[in-house]
Each structure stands twice: as structure tokens, then as C-alpha cells.
Ligand binder design. Sequence first.
Ligand SMILES: *[C@@H]1O[C@H](CO)[C@@H](O)[C@H](O)[C@H]1NC(C)=O
Ligand SMILES: *[C@@H]1O[C@H](CO)[C@@H](O)[C@H](O)[C@H]1NC(C)=O
Ligand SMILES: *[C@@H]1O[C@H](CO)[C@@H](O)[C@H](O)[C@H]1NC(C)=O
Ligand SMILES: *[C@@H]1O[C@H](CO)[C@@H](O)[C@H](O)[C@H]1NC(C)=O
Ligand SMILES: *[C@@H]1O[C@H](CO)[C@@H](O)[C@H](O)[C@H]1NC(C)=O
Ligand SMILES: *[C@@H]1O[C@H](CO)[C@@H](O)[C@H](O)[C@H]1NC(C)=O
Ligand SMILES: *[C@@H]1O[C@H](CO)[C@@H](O)[C@H](O)[C@H]1NC(C)=O
Length: 764
Amino acid sequence: MAKAGLLFLLFLGAFILQCQGNERKPYIVYMGDKPEGDFSASAVHHSILETVLGSASLAKKSRIRSYGRSFNGFAAKLTDEEVEKFREMEGVVSVIPNRVIKLHTTRSWDFMGFSRGKLGAPIEGDVIIGFLDTGIWPESESFNDEGMSSPPTKWKGKCTGANFTCNNKIIGARYYGGPSSLDDESDIKSPRDSEGHGSHTASTAAGREVKEASYFGLAEGVARGGVPNARIAVYKVCWSFGCSTLDILAAFDDAIADGVDIISISVGDDWPNPYWDDVIAIGSFHAMGYGILTSASAGNDGPFPHTVSNYAPWTLTVAASTIDRKFVSQVVLGNGQVFSGMSINNFDLNGTSYPLVWGGDATNYSAGSTPDISRYCYSNEMNLKKIAGAIVYCEGLLDDFSFLTPNGVGTIMSDYDADYAFNYPLPATQISNEDGQKVWDYIKSTKNPIATILVGETWNDAMAPTVVSFSSRGPNPVTPDVLKPDITAPGVDILAAWSPLAPPSFFGDTRKVKFNIISGTSMSCPHATAAAAYVKAAHPKWSPAAIKSAIMTTAIVMDPRKHPDLEFGYGSGHINPAQALSPGLVYNATEVDYINFLCKQGYNTTTLRTITGTNSSCSSTVPGRAWDLNYPTFVAAMEDGRAIKAIFTRRVTNVGAPNSTYTVTKYMPNSISITVEPSVLTFSKFGEEKTFTVKLDGPSIEQEPIMSGAIVWTDEANNYIVRSPVVVYTILPGATYVPPYASQMTPKYEGSTKHHNHRGLRRN
Ligand SMILES: *[C@@H]1O[C@H](CO)[C@@H](O)[C@H](O)[C@H]1NC(C)=O
Ligand SMILES: *[C@@H]1O[C@H](CO)[C@@H](O)[C@H](O)[C@H]1NC(C)=O
Ligand SMILES: *[C@@H]1O[C@H](CO)[C@@H](O)[C@H](O)[C@H]1NC(C)=O
Ligand SMILES: *[C@@H]1O[C@H](CO)[C@@H](O)[C@H](O)[C@H]1NC(C)=O
Ligand SMILES: *[C@@H]1O[C@H](CO)[C@@H](O)[C@H](O)[C@H]1NC(C)=O
Ligand SMILES: *[C@@H]1O[C@H](CO)[C@@H](O)[C@H](O)[C@H]1NC(C)=O
Ligand SMILES: *[C@@H]1O[C@H](CO)[C@@H](O)[C@H](O)[C@H]1NC(C)=O
């Protein structure tokens, strides 16, 4: 399969080379902030296009979208030559090729100690969460509006699309692009969800309570979102083929103007783009300017370093970790051996044993296959007669069960030791390679091997929470001095609402479910979104940075012994929504703070004024470190072989007791000296700000993937614990900042053809 993929890419490459030049391809022309006052975006953009393209009819034909409600820009089909003209045009920040990117409950809330009723619940009903996803299934019980008042008066959104009605829970719904530009009939041209993903994420964050929810009886209980009374606004940007960046930008433009309070986006690009070439960075930057925090998934490309996506400092970047429940389905061989496999298996074989066949013994020779291939059970390689009525042992994970569904009973698959489970269209489980070897030994040692697969169970996972293997890891591929991901949240085997139009497991599964269990940073992101909505409900005036800081500094500390990549896996730690309401101190940041940060990243005044539309200017054109961005974490990315030397400046705002004194405690590996000055901060009123510096000194380090500690501010009454991780690692010389428009940037890891599939999981 890998080979076929590679070949396809080679052909595609050749095709692209041939077609370069005159063919029109979709681009986003991003023009920064919207002009003051009345501004007819479509008229302005039409006239700009007419000027460059030379004719009004061509301009009309080529323009796809105008952005003008919250910022300025348009999408159009352009030739290479026209792209160059726009790049040179005054007022244009960037010209970005459209890309198709990928989508990256309910035990999880109780696991965090975030139970309903225990809390003095703030008025979530005023908080509106905008979901940029695959749409929603409005008839799902999770989205009923029983007892909810009409939408807050600030709401300016609307409900579009045939056969789709909003209520007091789903207060707005829009859709972008879609089937007009493609042929997949399974997509519905409305905000209605035919993939399941969008219903799942929205209900994880803000679903109402639904009793006796389960996946065919597994994980039965009350399903609910973190903020069941918050409002949902739907922006359908993802379809069966993926998510177009030009649609995502349109959704940000609308969501901001519609008046959402928090944006949740479980979508990401595998490629590390500079900030103004990345639509999620652009959209979330403008959202931040309007006081809206964007919560985004870190990606599913772990456990490899540098894979984190959505790394802009103004977004909350969410990794995925386990909860204390895991799904196990055991295998019993004819010789009595029992193996525990990971699987969400609802099929009960009632203890009956079936013939057990190794894929390598079910080779379809007439199709040209050999045992060396059929051992992996690729559909076209199998002899269907040999597997009729049998359980098939396959080496490696399957994503196509079509060869088994006509006559096979089920499958035992062996692969790496999984820390998450899939669900399947038939009895199936995944065991480790080591256990797989034992299954194979058994098959080869007896004449009539038999086995059965037991119905799935939920087991307690005492190790939880741990960052799951697939969760994308830092360091930050664009700004090495800013820690990413920011936080981790439950993202493994989460039960939440599903679309009846989408198969619950793999393609070809014809069952319909109201709830499904899936994994991904797509699932952890809405958990963090709900935490942000919860803080926003309690503190409506807090800035996006303050909300983010509250979530990060109150996070539960993860166990470093279980995580070799430490903070590059989990950021500040595990979300603790109840505690995030009372952080004591926050690391606030304004648009100006981010502008100063961008200046040091190498952007100039001209570019920044276009983006922000203010009189902001860079005081220095010299690129520098991001060490004075008022971020709630500290990172010193040291050039390989250099001594550790870093000075950070920070500013904290008192949001706890008016009169309070905070004292710092420092934790750092012995070889690194850490000084915090002053080490005591005394506040006499609410909202008061104090600054301090953190100084690191240490010996030279070489090829150090990560060393870390923390600084913790604690008030005298011990009511508030404000913790920030401090991370030191080495990078290659010269990589301390990345200049903008670095088109020659290297990919963050090899083989970037891997991507998040719509289930939020990567398979090979
Ligand atoms: C509207 O959607 C519902 C839910 O899918 C479906 O049952 C109904 O037939 C649809 N009505 C129309 C007119 O398409
Ligand atoms: C197992 O037993 C249940 C209940 O008797 C029955 O519905 C089901 O079909 C049986 N499964 C198999 C594979 O025989
Ligand atoms: C072997 O493969 C061929 C071609 O794909 C198929 O027609 C045939 O049915 C297969 N044979 C068996 C026994 O499955
Ligand atoms: C943070 O800064 C913003 C912008 O200056 C301000 O509106 C807000 O009150 C500050 N404090 C908090 C806790 O958000
Ligand atoms: C600012 O940066 C842009 C993009 O790199 C460049 O085109 C422009 O010339 C720069 N302006 C100044 C004043 O340096
Ligand atoms: C920008 O600066 C100019 C000249 O200094 C001033 O007239 C204008 O009001 C300023 N605009 C804003 C938005 O601050
Ligand atoms: C805080 O301390 C100041 C000065 O010591 C005092 O005037 C003020 O009343 C105190 N405020 C509270 C809420 O205790």
C-alpha cells in the first residue's frame, strides 16, 4: 500500500510539473485587517481582480469567495503570473495556495473531577462556541434545546441550508463549498453532518445530557459535554474529501462577525507554514483581536518530534491523552492461551470457537499473490474459500474488511502495543506483535487450530492519564522558543454523538449509531474548548490570553516518568477545568504583545500594519528571541554546543484575592541554575500587574532533546498555585527564529504524505 501511495505521488508530481504556468488554481489573497467604515468586500475584490486579470468577466469567473466581515481578502483561481502580481501588490500580506487539509465521551469529564452539580455553575448559556468541522446532526438528542432560553442578543449569526433547522442549542449554522466543487453524493449541501466527526466534537464540548448512551452497550452511561448549556454555532468546512483552507478562512470571517465567544477547530495542516501562510493562524489572530480564543488540535502525527500543528502563540494547542477506561477484547486459543487485545468490540461469539487461519495460509495464487503478502491480509490477495467460516490472523492492522465480511467470522490483528482502540464492522481485536508470534506458533503447531474472540469489556487504566502515541509532539516547528502543545486533554476512545449517515467503524459498515467511540486530538480539542467556554462564562471580560493562561497554569502535572518527551508531549499538563476558574494570577497578552513577538520573528512594520490595521510598528527590525512574549510557559531553545543562557521577562495580573503575596518555588535539573527576580510579588488590588524575570544559566549542552523544570507562584494562603513549565533543549545553529515567507522551509518530518484521516487517526 505504501508503494502504491508513493507511485501515485510521483505521477501527481509529474502532472503538476506539466501543468505549471497557465492553469488557474485556487489561491487565497490575504489582505490583513478590514478597512474602517463601510466596505463592500465583493465590489472591492472584484475591482482588484479586474485590474490584475484584465477583464471583468474573467474577474467574475475566477473569484471564489470574498472575506470582509472580520478581515480582508479573497479567494480566486489564479495563474502563476497573476499570483506574482498579487504578491507584489501593496496591501497584500500573503498569497496562499488553497490546500485541502484533514480533520485531525462520557467518562472523560468525570475522570477530570469535572462533575455537574458540584460546581457553582456559571451562566454558560451566554457563551457561544463556533465549531469549524464537518457540520452537525441537529436531530441528535445531544443537541436538544429543552429548557434553553432564546439566543443571547449579541448573536448575529444565521441558519442556512435546506432541511436544517436551528434551535436554542444550535443557534447558527453555515456551510462552505462542498458538493458544488466535488462529486461525492454522500455529502449533503447543508450544515448537516454526514461524516460524524462534527457531531462528535460539538457534543463532546457542549452536548446536553443524554441518559443510557452507549456504543452497542459498551461504555454505557450519561453522555454529556463539558458545558451542556453553552450554545453551538456550526461552520461546516470539512467534507468527505477534507477541508479547503479557503473555506476555513471564510468560516473564521463569519464566526468572528457572528459573535461567537470561543472557536473550536479540530483540523490541521501537516506542513509547518509561516504564520501568514497558515489560514488557521490568520483566522485565529483576527479572532484574538476580537477577544475570541481559538482552541485547536495539535495533530495526530506523533510520537515523532516537531510534528505539532496549529502552533501560533495566540491559539490554545491541545494534545491528546488517555482516560482511566480502556477497551479490551480478549482472544482465546484452542490450547487455552488468552491474549488481551485492544478493541471496541461489541460482537459476541458466545464463546464458540472457529477455525483459525493465518493470512499467509490463505493466499490467492491465481491473483498473483504470495504468502509474504497475504500474511498482511490485503483484500485482493486473499483466497476467500480458505477463510470462509474462519477467524483470520493478520499481521498488521486492516483498514479494509471487505474480504472478510462475506464469509469470514472475524480477525485477530497484530501490530505495535496499542494505547488506544478502534471499532470494527465484525468481531476483531488488535494484539501486540509479541502475542501475534504466539498465535502464529500455535497455528503452526497444531492440525486444526481454533480460536474465539470475546465480546469487548472496559477495563480500568491505572496509568492514565498518559499522552497517547499518536498525539503530535513539539518542539514548535516555527517558533522554537514557544512551547507547543500547550495542554493535554482526553482524546482516546471518547463516546459522543454521531451522524446516522456515517458508518460507525470503517467504510462498508452499514450499521447506524447515535453515539460512537473514536480517538484523536480532534477529540481532545473540544475538551479544552469546553474548559475555555467555562472560564469565559465565569469571566466574560477576560482576554483570550488570560483564559488560555488560566487553563495552562492550573493544569494537573503529568507524570514525567511515563513521558520521555515530557512537555513536548503534554505542554503545561492535563486540563483541570474546575480549577481554571480561579487561577490567582494570569499571564495576559494583548494584540500589541503578539505584534512585538512578530516583529522579533522578522516581520516588518508594513506587513504588520496591513494585518492589524493599527499604527503598530516594530521598534527593532532585528530578529530576536521570543523570550519576552508574555506566555505562561518558558522555553530556551539553545544552539547545539552552546552554554545555556536565557533571560525571560513576564508580567502577571492579579485575578485572585485583592491583597495577596505570592512566593516563587523553582524546580530545575541540578546542572541548570534558575533565578527569579523578584521572588516575591505583593499585590494590593484586583487587576494589578507585576513583572519579573527568569534567568537560566548552565553548561553547554549538545543534542539535548529536552530538559525541564517549572516555576510555581503560590500565595500565602495556599489558595492559588500558578505553575509554568521551564523547558531547555538544543536546536541547530541559526534556527532560533524563522524568517517570514521562508518558502524553502524544510518539512517538519519525512514522509509528510501521512495525514489525519477523518476519524482523527493515522493508519498505515
Ligand atoms: C430532512 O432530514 C431528515 C433527517 O435526515 C430526513 O429524515 C428527511 O427526510 C429530510 N427531509 C427532506 C425534505 O429532505
Ligand atoms: C450469541 O447469543 C446471542 C443471544 O442468544 C445471539 O443473539 C447471537 O446471535 C449469538 N451470536 C452468535 C455469533 O452465535
Ligand atoms: C482470487 O482472486 C481473483 C481475482 O481477484 C478472484 O476472482 C477469485 O475469486 C479469488 N479466488 C478466491 C478463491 O478467493
Ligand atoms: C488582559 O488584557 C486585556 C487587553 O488589554 C484586558 O481587556 C483584560 O482586562 C486584561 N485582563 C484579563 C484578566 O483579561
Ligand atoms: C516588509 O516585508 C515584505 C515581505 O517580506 C517586503 O515585501 C517589504 O519590502 C518589507 N518592507 C520593508 C519596509 O522592509
Ligand atoms: C495613526 O497615526 C496617525 C498619524 O500619527 C493618526 O492621525 C491616526 O489617528 C492614527 N490612527 C490610529 C488608529 O491610531
Ligand atoms: C488591602 O490592603 C490595603 C492596604 O493594606 C487596604 O487598604 C485594603 O482595605 C485591603 N483590601 C482588602 C480587600 O482587604
